[in-house]
Design a binder for this molecule. Structure first.
Ligand SMILES: [Fe+2]
Length: 363
C-alpha cells in the first residue's frame, strides 16, 4: 500500500485526526443525527478502494476517542488490503461478501459475512474485504479509535506500516472467525465474528428501568466494544451520561432521544431505522420508543468491559450518590409528560407506575 503523505500543520487548531481525514478526500458527514446510513452519499476512496465517508458527528471534543466511517464495495469489487494501529469494528448494513485476514500470507483466513454481521479485524493485522455479489454493492459501517491513535502519534507510517504483531490478540488461529463465542458475566458475549447480531439473545438489565434488555459485545481483544439494546414502547429507561465515543445505530423501530448538558436545556432528536447519532461528551441522554414494535439499537462504543479504560463505571449509579444516572424520582417532570403526549398521538399509553419525587409526592 502506497502511503499518501500527511501534511499535518501544527498550531492550526485542527486535531491531527481531523487533518488526516481531510487529506483522505472523501465526504465528511457532519450532521448531528444521520437520518439513514443506507442512503448517505459516498465518494471514491483512493486509500481503501470503493467509496466512503467519515462520520464526524458532534464537536471535536466528541471525536477525541472514536469516529466511524461508511464504506461501500462495488458489485464484484474488493477493497485494498490494509492494517492499522487503531482498532476497528465492522457492521454490515447491506450486501454479502468475505474478509481475508493475515499476518503471514501463507496463513490467510477467510470468513463470509452478510447483512447484520459484526466483526473486528484484529489490531494491526492485514485484512481485505471482498464483495460476494456481482450485481449488488455491499455497504458497511465501521467504528475506529483512529482519533485517539492519530492524535497521539500523528504519523501515517506508524499507523499504517508498523511491523509489530499483537500475537496476544491474534495468533493466526484457524477457528478465530468461526463465530464461536463465550457468555461472560455482565451480559457479555465475547467473540470475534457474529454472523447475524439479530440472533444474539438479550439479557434483562433491571437497574436501567422496566423491561430494559441488552447484550454487551466484546470482539478481537479490542478496547472498543458494542452492545445491542431493546427499548419497548410505553416504558422508558433512566437518563445517563458518559464520555464521548458511543455511536448509536437504530436497527429497527422509531422514537426520539432527549439530550442535554448538565444545567443546559434539553434538546430533542427524532430517529428511525437506519439512523445514527452520538450523545455528546458528558451530556445526559434518554431514549424513547414511539413505534409499536420495540426499538433495537446497536451501539458501537469506545469502551467495553474486557479491557476497561475507565470513566464509564458510574452509568448505573444515581446522581444523588455521585453517579451518572438520573433516577426516576430525580427526573425533570417534563420528560415523562412529553413521552405521555407522544404516546397519545399514536394511540398508546404509558405503562409505568406513577413517578414519585424525592419528597414523596407524585409528579
Ligand atoms: Fe449512553
Amino acid at each position: 500500500m502506497a502511503l499518501k503523505s500527511f501534511d499535518f500543520k501544527p498550531y492550526n487548531k485542527l486535531t491531527p485526526f481531523e487533518a488526516w481525514i481531510e487529506s483522505e478526500g472523501i465526504p465528511i458527514v457532519r450532521e448531528f443525527v444521520v437520518p439513514d446510513l443506507r442512503t448517505v452519499e459516498l465518494g471514491p476512496w483512493g486509500r481503501l478502494g470503493g467509496k466512503g465517508a467519515w462520520l464526524v458527528l458532534g464537536s471535536a471534543n466528541d471525536q477525541s476517542a472514536t469516529t466511524p466511517y461508511i464504506c461501500e464495495i462495488p458489485p464484484g469489487g474488493r477493497l485494498e488490503p490494509e492494517k492499522h494501529m487503531y482498532e476497528e469494528i465492522i457492521f454490515v448494513l447491506d450486501g454479502m461478501g468475505a474478509t481475508e485476514v493475515w499476518i503471514d500470507e501463507g496463513k490467510k483466513r477467510l470468513f463470509e459475512w452478510g447483512p447484520n454481521s459484526l466483526f473486528a479485524p484484529p489490531l494491526n493485522v492485514w485484512h481485505r474485504l471482498v464483495n460476494g455479489s456481482g450485481q449488488k454493492p455491499a455497504r458497511f459501517m465501521a467504528l475506529t479509535n483512529a482519533p485517539a491513535v492519530f492524535n497521539l502519534y500523528h504519523n501515517v507510517e506508524f499507523v499504517f506500516d508498523n511491523p509489530f504483531s499483537f500475537r496476544d490478540r491474534y495468533a493466526e488461529e484457524p477457528d478465530y472467525f468461526s463465530g464461536k463465542g463465550e457468555q461472560k458475566p455482565g451480559r457479555v458475549w465475547d467473540s470475534n465474528f457474529i454472523a447475524d447480531i439479530n440472533k444474539l439473545s438479550l439479557h434483562e438489565w433491571k437497574e436501567r428501568g422496566p423491561a430494559a434488555r441488552n447484550v454487551e459485545i466484546e470482539l478481537a481483544h479490542n478496547a472498543i466494544a458494542a452492545h445491542i439494546s431493546e427499548g419497548r414502547p410505553c416504558v422508558y429507561r433512566k437518563a445517563h451520561r458518559h464520555g464521548p465515543g458511543a455511536f448509536i445505530f437504530v436497527l429497527e423501530g422509531a422514537g426520539y432521544s432527549l439530550m442535554w448538558p448538565e444545567g443546559g436545556s434539553m434538546k430533542r432528536y427524532d430517529w428511525g431505522a437506519g439512523s445514527l447519532f452520538t450523545p455528546p461528551n458528558r451530556w445526559f441522554h434518554q431514549h424513547f420508543t414511539t413505534s409499536r414494535e420495540p426499538v433495537r439499537r446497536l451501539a458501537l462504543k469506545g469502551w467495553g468491559q474486557k479491557y476497561p479504560i475507565g470513566g464509564w463505571d458510574l452509568m448505573a449509579t444515581g446522581t444523588e450518590e455521585g453517579g451518572d444516572m438520573i433516577e426516576y424520582e430525580d427526573e425533570d417532570p417534563r420528560v415523562r409528560r412529553m413521552y405521555e403526549e407522544e404516546l397519545k398521538k399514536v394511540g398508546m399509553t404509558l405503562q409505568m407506575p406513577p413517578a414519585k419525587t424525592r419528597s414523596g409526592s407524585s409528579a
